[in-house]
Write a protein that binds this ligand. Sequence first.
Ligand SMILES: [Zn+2]
Length: 106
Amino acid sequence: MPTRQCPHCGKEVFDQMTQCPHCREALPAIPQIRVNGTRKAEGRGKIRQGLLCVLLAGVVHYFAGGYSLMQLPFPIQPIVTVYLSPLLLLSGLGLSFFGFYLQRTA
Ligand SMILES: [Zn+2]
């Protein structure tokens, strides 16, 4: 059973109680988070994460594919540019579209 701290005496009490069993003070209600706002914020966060994945995929593909003039001190396996960076790009796009969908249906 989840507990929370009493704001008056500081002892742990069950979060469903309305009165503290230690100091007998009335406990305030737990603030409820509005569902409508969180879905929109969750969608915004997913869009941001997805676009970050797309950017990361571009950077990885640029450096692992040998497009930059900088010489990397270690060899990179071709599986990175053939499968992994396109997979990261598509996953990021999917996450962005999911976030957009969450935002539109909120
Ligand atoms: Zn108390």
